[in-house]
Design a binder for this molecule. Structure first.
Ligand code: UDX
Length: 434
């Protein structure tokens, strides 16, 4: 099959490289000439484990191409994927669909013969209908089927998630389009991965409902963690105890500083807007959004309590981990963006380290960025773990203790065992473990 992928952001690049690895011929298209030049030269604009090798292998094999010119690739494509950004619109939380619609217009002018137009971008219910209208307006004679095929890729594990997904969702009633999509996902089909064919609006909603449910699950366990602290229970044991019930499931029950990232915050907000507009509000999700926002801001209080003060005036706080989760350089809606300014507002000087935190340097003001965790510990009145990078699990704690002004450790990801760490002489605060 021939695939044109519009947009070489996170989703487009991973999906394009994986489809090429499935044996299809894929052309990734982006308006950003600098990005395309860089990709052609073997540079990967994002940090995602394994992606550089995957791209190199498929470029070498002559299955993966990069260009700024959509015409040729779209003309030859069996399927054109729209994988452009849908950021939250400023002010109202709706998804901004201008890039999606611009891509649809461009595609409409270029398609030749029956072509499946697939939205990979996360788009609100009804966007597929709109894309269909745009194409019909620009090219009344175009023979296209517009399909919804949401992505469920976790950053840091995106290639694995693409190649070994729990399911693939394909939203279209068009039989010819279903055949093309079946062929595109053939290796998964042969693997007996469930491929759910459904209506387009249903498929669009599955994506939002899935992410909203996961965001709600995290928020639920975060509230239970607070309750554990108040009543003297252990949230990890509670999570295990409830997660072993197959109806609940053990995943996404890690308590922490609140969810962030490029999807959950944006998608929960967009679902809230869609539901309000449809006069069918999703109150659980509205509450989830509110509780999560408040939680991120409240995390600084834990530090104030840990250093036993009214505020943090004159204190130095060492922060380990700034990205919204490990194995990514993504800072979008990272809890650190709320927590660090809250620490500073309470009077603290902040010194920080993140293995991929280059973007953080532009986003956080008045922070001293250090080159490793030990530099961060030096002179600190408390060490705060915000993101659970693996290397923070293997620190030389005796060395850390000697470097710190006071051995106070606030672990917002529960990566250490309370008894172990206290036995080493640390004053230790974690989440939901009284
Ligand atoms: C998510 C979805 O998992 C993926 O299916 C979707 O398509 C895109 O959004 P991603 O944002 O990359 O993926 O990361 P994910 O691993 O889901 O984590 C999201 C946030 O939730 C992070 O801030 C993470 O720290 C937090 N989280 C996750 C928890 O606090 N606890 C958990 O148990 C799981």
């Amino acid at each position: 099959m021939h695939v044109a992928m519009i947009g070489t952001g996170y989703v487009g690049l991973v999906s394009g490289a994986c489809f090429a690895d499935f044996g299809h011929t894929v052309t990734c298209i982006d308006k950003d000439a600098g990005k395309i030049e860089r990709l052609k030269a073997g540079g990967i604009p994002i940090y995602e484990p394994g992606l550089d090798a995957l791209v190199a292998r498929n470029v070498e094999a002559g299955r993966l191409f990069f260009t700024t010119e959509a015409a040729e690739a779209v003309k030859n494509a069996d399927a054109v994927f729209i994988a452009v950004g849908t950021p939250s619109r400023r002010g109202d939380g709706h998804a901004d669909l201008s890039y999606v619609y611009a891509a649809a217009e461009e595609i409409a002018g270029l398609v030749d013969g029956f072509t499946v137009v697939v939205t990979k971008s996360t788009v609100p219910v009804g966007t597929g209908d709109e894309i269909e209208k745009i194409i019909a307006r620009v090219r009344p004679d175009a023979d296209v089927a517009v399909v919804s095929n949401p992505e469920f890729l976790r950053e840091g594990a995106a290639i694995e998630d693409f190649k070994r997904p729990d399911r693939v969702v394909v939203g279209t009633d068009d039989e010819r389009a279903r055949a093309v999509m079946r062929e595109l996902y053939r290796p998964l089909y042969l693997n007996e991965t469930p491929i759910q064919f459904t209506g387009r609006r249903t498929s669009e909603l599955i994506k939002y409902a899935g992410n909203a449910f996961l965001a709600m699950k995290i928020t639920f366990i975060n509230e239970i963690a607070d309750l554990c602290e108040a009543v003297g229970a252990d949230v990890q044991q509670v999570a295990r105890g409830i997660g072993l019930d197959g109806r609940i499931g053990s995943k996404f029950l890690n308590a922490g500083p609140g969810y962030g990232g490029s999807c959950f915050p944006k998608d929960t907000l967009a679902l809230v807007r869609t539901a309000r507009d449809a006069n069918s509000p999703v109150q659980l999700i509205e509450t989830t959004v509110k509780v999560n926002d408040e939680r991120k801001k409240a995390m600084a209080q834990k530090v104030i309590k840990a250093v036993d003060g009214q505020d943090l005036t004159g204190k130095t706080i060492g922060v380990l981990g700034l990205t919204f989760k490990p194995n990514t350089d993504d800072m979008r809606d990272a809890p650190s963006l709320d927590i660090v300014p809250a620490l500073q507002a309470a009077g603290a000087s902040v010194q920080a380290f993140d293995p991929e935190g280059h973007e953080a340097k532009h986003m956080l003001k008045h922070v001293q960025f250090k080159d490793d965790p030990y530099d961060v510990a030096e002179g600190a009145d408390a060490l705060l773990i915000i993101t659970e990078w693996d290397e923070f699990r293997a620190l030389d704690l005796d060395r850390i203790k000697l470097l710190m002004n006071k051995p106070v450790l606030v672990d917002l990801r529960n990566i250490y065992k309370p008894d172990d760490i206290r036995a080493r002489g640390f004053d230790y605060t974690s989440v939901g473990r009284a």
